[in-house]
Write a protein that binds this ligand. Structure first.
Ligand code: 5RP
Length: 220
């Protein structure tokens, strides 16, 4: 917990008055949102967009001013977590099932600061099964198509039911093993009809902050 918090709070130091901020989703982004809430109470003036309904509710509780994403064209800084970060700052995201909105917000952001604990740093992506959001219509065949790309797809289940994203879709967790060519895989997956978005974020991060158990951080 201390490692996630340390990385997240470091990222918040980059947030200045007047900025539009993207709020990530997950247990590391949580700490950034908490700290932002404190800074706003102390007088910081920003507006924020949320990457999930969960984050939106948290932001409302903390009285962080929210703005609709359709009202803006650009975001100054987004702070978000990741499930894996490789040496080239490619990411796997979507462990929380929010990667579609996270990617839309990231794509509008001048800065995408990724905050992780040391366990998320890998040489090569792929230990964490890649989340892929798919539409419910024909999902069985979409899964079969995904398996032809070399993975073992697993429909995400929560409380004995298929997990539903904020967008009303399913998630398939795809174990590809070690991913040698993330950019090519990203394109191949998103070319399958029925796939909405996969959790590979290729060269989108502009900064990675790694937190450690002793509360120290390393910025890259
Ligand atoms: C949610 C995400 C999260 O950023 C990712 O799962 C990391 O979460 P955590 O900080 O809880 O480990 O992509 O869709």
């Amino acid at each position: 917990m201390e490692s996630k918090r340390a990385a997240a709070e470091k990222a918040v130091e980059y947030i200045r008055n007047g900025m539009i901020i993207g709020l990530g989703t997950g247990s590391t982004a949580y700490w950034a949102i908490q700290k932002l809430g404190i800074n706003i109470k102390d007088g910081l003036r920003v507006k924020a967009v949320a990457t999930s309904i969960h984050t939106e509710n948290l932001a409302k509780e903390l009285k962080i001013p929210l703005i609709s994403i359709s009202e803006i064209e650009e975001i100054d800084i987004t702070v978000d977590g990741a499930d894996e970060v490789d040496d080239e700052w490619n990411l796997i995201k979507g462990g929380g099932g929010a990667h579609l909105r996270e990617k839309i917000v990231a794509s509008m952001s001048k800065e995408l600061i990724i905050v992780v604990d040391e366990s998320k740093k890998v040489n090569r992506l792929g230990k964490f099964p890649l989340p892929v959001e798919i539409v419910i219509f024909n999902y069985e065949n979409t899964q079969k198509k995904l398996s032809t790309l070399g993975c073992v797809p697993q429909l995400r289940i929560r409380d004995n039911k298929p997990f539903l994203t904020d967008n009303g879709n399913y998630i398939v967790d795809c174990d590809f093993g070690s991913i040698g060519q993330p950019r090519e895989l990203h394109t191949a997956i998103n070319s399958i009809p029925g796939v909405v978005e996969n959790g590979l974020f290729i060269k989108m991060a502009t900064k990675v902050i790694i937190g450690y158990q002793d509360g120290s951080v390393k910025e890259q």
